[in-house]
Design a protein. Sequence first.
Length: 421
Amino acid sequence: MYDLLVVGAGPYGLSIASHAAGAGLRLRVLGRPMASWRDHMPRGMYLKSEPWASNLSDPDGRWRLDTYCAARGVEARHGEPIPLEMFAAYGQWFARNAVPEVDERTVTRVAPVAGGGGFEVVTEDGETVRARTVALAVGVLPFVEIPATLRSLDPDLVSHSSHHGDLDRFRGRDVTVIGGGQAALETAALLAEQGTRVRVLARAEQLTWNDVPPAWERPWWRSARAPHSGLGCGWRNWFYAERPGLFHRLPGPTRARIAATALGPAGAWWVRARVEPAVEVLLGQEVVETRELAGGAGGVRLDTVTRSGERCSVETEHVIAATGFRATADRLGLLDARLADGLGALADGSPAVGRHFESSYPGLFLAGLVTASGFGPAMRFVHGATFTAETLVRGVRRRLRAGVGGGDVTVQRAPLDGQFV
């Protein structure tokens, strides 16, 4: 039986695995390294976060993004975005060097061991693997959010922005992208650049654009006024990025509000010049009804309403919903019912986690987006992987010392603010 089984091999899963290996834990990692970055983001995209804030985490800090880039003759500079393909390749390089061998099979079920402590994990080909503790680092794909008004449409007419590894199928067609954040705006830019007739439709009255980051080296008083952080400049962002442990101590309602509203939809400064001259933007409109076009037209009509009550409509061949993700406990579909029923939930539906990322089911740890309401906005970005990996592995070691894997597991429900363990 393994000490720890990590489910998922993206930035969080690989970072956790590296720290667990460094701590001497008997470890198994399941998942295809960087799968969502390789298969669910169109070619031509760039990493929005700064290169220095996009490192996967190993105990010695050896396998950094700038080290990978330098070995390939590329300098990772502050204020210059890194191509997504390069970041995905970096993650694979990290997996080869900083992590024990990764088993690339997909996990289909995680369940408690019948009659005893620990867990059993079932792979896609039916093998069962047992471990005393499990860390779920499943990324964002289980939490895809498509607005209710679009869900009844045929899949040929609507998709989520994360459904596309490339956008070639839309060449020469008419596409409407719904959303006002980076995914929507960069997807629209790529579509326009390949000859697609594209528009962006958003509820916001105006688009928000991130500013060009200030120089890394600047007068001390400017740094004191607005320090750099992994989530952008300013003391508030610094707190979210660099002090997730303190964020976790805030009252539950405060954490939920910040997680839902901080660092809202915005486009990177380097996308703006690609969008404004080339993409039609329809603002202040919300889709209230959809109709598939009759007569074999092969499209959809979107009926919208403005805040003032004005009704409009748009006809398009395909809708791409760049509408983000909703990380709630009930979407962790690979969990056996005995585990799912043992998860305490916060007011927003996300699972509660303790100070070491342990869920309310002893020995089951969570990482990534699903912990944003517990540890703050940093968990939505690669930057949060370092704190998560270090803290979670400490929690695993603590749980192992407490004797997980021997005797019955007693499920303890979490209070709404997640302050347990």
